[in-house]
Design a protein around this ligand. Sequence first.
Ligand code: C5P
Length: 226
Amino acid sequence: MGKITIAIDGYSSTGKSTLAKRLASALNYVYVDTGAMYRAVTLFALNNEYVGVKEDIPSLVAQLSNIKLKFMPNETLGLSEMYLNGQNVEKQIRTMKVSEHVSKVATIEEVRRMLVAMQQQMGEEKGIVMDGRDIGTVVFPNAELKIFMTASPETRATRRYKELLERGEDVTFDEVLKNVQKRDRIDSTRDVSPLKKAEDAIEFDNSDMGLDEQFERIHNYTLRVI
Ligand code: C5P
């Protein structure tokens, strides 16, 4: 059975990563969450005060070579976690603070160039499931299977809100809904690699679908291609 590249793109909180992880584990493929990479660069920028009240994009760009990103396996949880300059930042990159700034950082051409090059290298040997916003359009335009996930903004905000509450964050549903909508707007309208469905991607609306059904359907698409 030949190994393929699977690109999963879509709007914020459509459940891309849950599905991608499960698919990667069923196929014994590598899973890469590219959102975590943009989030880690954003955390670096926030820690160094390059974004915030006053956006300081030139300073961040000048510091890009000092950002070392690495996914390392967490054997207990059976998944990979994000490390920024040697420190596990998996929890810190998922906060609302990072979510509020990440889409802005993701519009910076130099940031995208650096992360896309890393992502392409990770996928050189195929056997990979990668999720993000530009995987089927820019990172792997020749991916054998491309999925574009959508769901209503309310469904997505509800999922994200539950996740944040479980992590102990003090947020309101309204804040989360606004953040999801704002990120979608910035992601879809930016000049560099905007979020859009690749022409050959399968559109997948999971607003009214449970996790098992989503997995079964996507797994079936995969088996047709492999
Ligand atoms: O996937 P997640 O919601 O964690 O991604 C956070 C943000 O990172 C997105 O809202 C988007 O601005 C940016 N992103 C991107 N391109 C990717 C992955 C994420 O621009 N491939």
